[in-house]
Ligand binder design. Structure first.
Ligand SMILES: [Zn+2]
Ligand SMILES: [Zn+2]
Ligand SMILES: [Zn+2]
Ligand SMILES: [Zn+2]
Ligand SMILES: [Zn+2]
Ligand SMILES: [Zn+2]
Length: 366
């Protein structure tokens, strides 16, 4: 009736309004049926590892899309579920059709892919979507215009597999492998499953850059600086963790700084972006300056745990994190670097040796 009505006529306006009303009613009835079928009294539901919490008209959210049927979730009309772990959304009436395992579960069972787009080709997948197994085609193969969209094979840059448009929405994400191997920060198109997984792991410190691509440290000045400061922080941490005054200082530091003190060798995607932009180095330098000030000047306990170089006996106090400090690999005592290079022996090691000798003599006599 709308189609045959006159354009811009009052009649058409009335009909369109009526259609909207009817569609709304239809949504409400389908939903009502689904709700009757399910026990919604239970507020969270566990499906394939998702912890789905029931949401009804959250006014702070924008409309979003259902991960099952890909249609819009109209937040003022629909009731829906959200996974509290991975941010998976679905309509109440789609919950029985969930096929994708929760990203939190995938993340706990698999390590992240760090090969750049491990591509095997569509033949390897039997020309089927990697998630739902429906047949898909590369775009240039002739199909009818309606089928072109639904059959289009879309490549996910993270896992190198092809997906159907239902499971690959052309969302883009930063790919860990591209950053680690190429220090490349352009976003690439990924499947929804990969998108959720990458989002879920974005802040997780799980990448050992030195192990996965040691050459990065040769080419990137900023990364080498980060590494050096981190190593110095580890040396400082030995003082700080045993100092009773440091705990109070620690509380006054922003939580981000506190995080930086731990998991020294590992980086997250967020860290790598911030290393690239320079923020990371700034924050890290600030933290280092704070820790150093505590140990070297503010705290009497830490200050008294410095070393005097026994090779030159000069007055200035040495700390393991000083640039000119050098430790003996055997006894860990600290000396000046230039003194250590000219040494005949390590005074502390020698003392220990002599003590052991006299002990031996004593036991022999007794
Ligand atoms: Zn989930
Ligand atoms: Zn849906
Ligand atoms: Zn699919
Ligand atoms: Zn202290
Ligand atoms: Zn010295
Ligand atoms: Zn020694």
């Amino acid at each position: 009736m709308i189609r045959v009505s006159k354009e811009c006529s009052e009649n058409r306006v009335r009909l369109v309004r009526r259609l909207v009303e009817l569609r709304f009613k239809l949504v409400m009835t389908t939903e009502k049926k689904a709700i009757e079928n399910q026990d919604l009294l239970c507020e969270t539901k566990v499906v394939l590892g998702h912890h789905l919490s029931f949401i009804w008209k959250p006014s702070w959210l924008e409309n979003t899309f259902c991960d099952v049927c890909t249609k819009t979730i109209w937040i003022y009309v629909h009731q829906f579920y959200e996974c509290t772990d991975c941010g998976y959304y679905c309509h109440v009436f789609c919950v029985d059709k969930i096929k994708r395992v929760c990203s939190a579960v995938v993340a706990s069972e698999n390590s992240m892919i760090i090969n750049v787009c491990p591509y095997k080709g569509l033949l390897f997948q039997d020309y089927k979507c990697a998630e739902c197994q429906t047949y898909i085609r590369i775009r240039n193969i002739k199909v009818s215009p309606e089928d072109r969209v639904s059959l289009e094979a879309r490549l996910c840059d993270y896992d190198g597999k092809y997906y159907c448009p239902l499971h690959h929405w052309n969302n883009t994400a930063l790919i860990p492998a591209r950053v680690i191997c190429n220090w490349q920060f352009e976003q690439q198109r990924v499947s929804q499953a990969s998108f959720q997984l990458l989002k879920y792991r974005y802040e997780a410190r799980i990448y050992d850059l030195e192990l996965q691509n040691p050459k990065l440290f040769m080419y990137l000045e900023s990364l080498t600086q980060v590494k050096n400061i981190k190593e110095n922080l580890v040396k400082m941490k030995k003082y700080l963790v045993s100092c009773k005054y440091w705990n109070a200082c620690l509380k006054s530091l922003p939580s981000r700084c506190r995080e930086l003190l731990y998991k020294c060798k590992l980086y997250s995607m967020k860290d790598m972006i911030e290393i690239n932009s320079g923020i990371f180095l700034e924050d890290l330098s600030e933290l280092k300056a704070k820790c150093e000030k505590h140990i070297r000047s503010d705290c009497e306990i830490c200050k008294n745990q410095g070393y005097i170089c026994e090779l030159c006996n000069s007055d200035n106090i040495l700390f393991p994190f000083d640039e000119e400090a050098q430790n003996c690999n055997k006894c860990q005592n600290i000396y000046h670097n230039h003194c250590w290079c000219k040494r005949d022996f390590c005074p502390k090691c020698k003392r220990i040796e002599e003590r052991l000798k006299t002990q031996d003599i004593h036991t022999e006599i007794s």
